[in-house]
Design a binder for this molecule. Sequence first.
Ligand SMILES: Nc1ncnc2c1ncn2[C@@H]1O[C@H](COP(=O)(O)OP(=O)(O)O)[C@@H](O)[C@H]1O
Ligand SMILES: [Mg+2]
Length: 713
Amino acid sequence: MDFSAVSSALKAIGELTQEVTSLWGVDEQVEGLASELRWMQSFLKVADARKVDNDMIRTSVVEIRELAYDAEDVIETFSLKVASKRKGGFSNCIKRSACFLKEGCLLHQIKSEIEKITAKIKELARQLQMYDVSKFGVDGEGPSFSTVRREARRPFPHVMDDNIVGLDDDVKKLVTVLLNEQSECRVVSICGMGGLGKTTLAKKIYHHSQVVGHFKHLVCVYVSEHCQKRKVWEDILSGLHILSDEDRKMNVEKLAKKLSSFFEDNKCLVILDDVWNIDAWNSLKPAFSARETKSKILLTSRNKEIVSHADKNGFLYELQYLNYDQSWELFQKIAFPQTNSPGYKIDAKMKELGEGMVKHCAGLPLAIIILGGILATKYPSLNEWLKVSINVKSYFKIDKGQVLKDMLALSYDDLPPFLRPCFLYLSQFPEDYEIPVDRLIQLWIAEGIVSSKQEEGLIAEDVAESYLIELAERCMIQVRERDIATLKMRSFQMHDLMRDVCLSKAKEEKFFDIADQSNACQLSRIGRVRRVCVHKFIRLQCIKSPRLRSLLLFDEFLPNEELENTFPLTMHSYIKNHDVVILLAISVLGTKCRGIWKYMFNNFNFLRVLDYEGGGEAGCKLPNDIGKLIHLRFLRLRGLEFFTSKLPSSLGNLRFLQTLDLRIKNICRRSIHVPNLLWRMQQLRHLYLPEECSLKTKLKLGTLKNHQTLVNF
Ligand SMILES: Nc1ncnc2c1ncn2[C@@H]1O[C@H](COP(=O)(O)OP(=O)(O)O)[C@@H](O)[C@H]1O
Ligand SMILES: [Mg+2]
């Protein structure tokens, strides 16, 4: 259950009451609301610890979250108004009769809004009280358990990703096939179920010294269930360092030709990871149509038939499950953190329990590391191990296909409550996305999912990092990149099966929505939508959710296909030679972009997070209306390109901003002018300025007391 919203609302109330000594007549209402929320929070904690799984409670959690969000919005609007009045001398102002009436109205409105929310929460509480949660199950050791444990266990060797077991023979065999120039075989396929280690094996081959020496170019790309040939081909070109700006605008047939002639002329190894089916292969095939070539393709797949379809001389390699000894070896490395230290001896009772559980994993590496990860966080409590072991034995079916599902579900259920929303958040990123740690941490904090722990002297970023380490220890995420000097995690990925579990849990909890062409317009009808992520461009105007808090956009601002809709390709060549038409094109484009911005700024007034990931041309300028998004905590415009080089002065209104990424560009490569207003953002912690600021830009940042990151200053 995710009840981070309740904590977040309580925190906002706490801050408000600390900030202002008098709440001008709404004290009572605010206190009433806080006390209802506190009751709710403790009820949910008990229900969660006792694993009460009940429809009524589950739907209530969703409802409570909504109410908590509403409460936070009202409180925040109030505090903003108070702040602005204070600056102008609220008490003086209130004495003036003209203002008095207006303020009176405002107070009245806020009072009644708070009362309404409180009444709803009360009603919900009344219904919930009928459930005596204390009669369910027994308490888990609660959230504090893993915090305490974490301190005792560091550092964790297994997070270093050096735990590969076996595979040497597999690598040898495959390398021989790939290096054999006499053979006609052009396509090699590693097959097996998800989580068996296909990607791990393919990566080992990719880094193998003989392979690196043999092929002139090596490239590894991820295909995924939703194979998009253009993306895959562009990824290959980019992996080969031959992707140009023209290629991005080239039609797909030309792209395929470019690739296939490159493979003809150069000895390449292309690794296509996770090709789902024959259709996917067929769509990718045109890029690999070269006849006279020494290039080879290594693909991984769950489907055995692809290889014979792709190449009649193809080589099928069926990856085997780990045998018992290998399984145990892998399990030990993960579950017993100190196995590497000299003289360490595994406790006999734990060994017995561990061996019993490993048998249930059926030799599947992913199941083994997840089980190990769960147990590692409980080490060295024998009692906790016993509990997991009872679970594993009673619930796990013998069926190999089911083992993994059960294990993945168990790993989610075992998460302490504070880690659940953090984990659910991850499935908003597209499949196989390499998630950068610093951005994720900033997002978590902006969303109120993670906050500081003042009692322990930890700032929010440190807390968030420790949560992420715990997810890695549990093997729920896979570390991709580390800082060479500090060894801190820089980026990570999620196995696609883990992501599936994450996504389905997130859906169950109505944690967020992924908007696409088919559902965007209906979103507003599914109750209140608070978080939306967009993987592939849609018309944002379709989203009609005024209470939206978070919008993550992964595609380009206006992708090529969309531009083509505005301006068909045939016109492009014409445009090149005619200035008037260029002007026209710019103006049509500008209007389209402005429409998107304006819609967003005027309709999503409760946004806290706005993240433009894909960059791209975004019109003439960033409209001044951005100043209306006063609740924003996180604003990322990185990579967006504008015609003007000025940023609007209304940015200064965004007083709550914690992260501001202004690494925008000017289409004509001019330097960017940033107005000297950032000093007003007292909460700002992470600031990224444009790579090239204009000479006119003179920023005073001395007032920013919390800042931690300052890039391009
Ligand atoms: N032989 C192995 N030894 C250790 N860990 C392994 C092994 N094979 C797979 N793993 C681990 O299991 C997880 C899933 O492996 P992966 O290669 O992604 O599976 P697949 O591609 O078959 O779905 C990864 O985290 C990987 O580190
Ligand atoms: Mg894989």
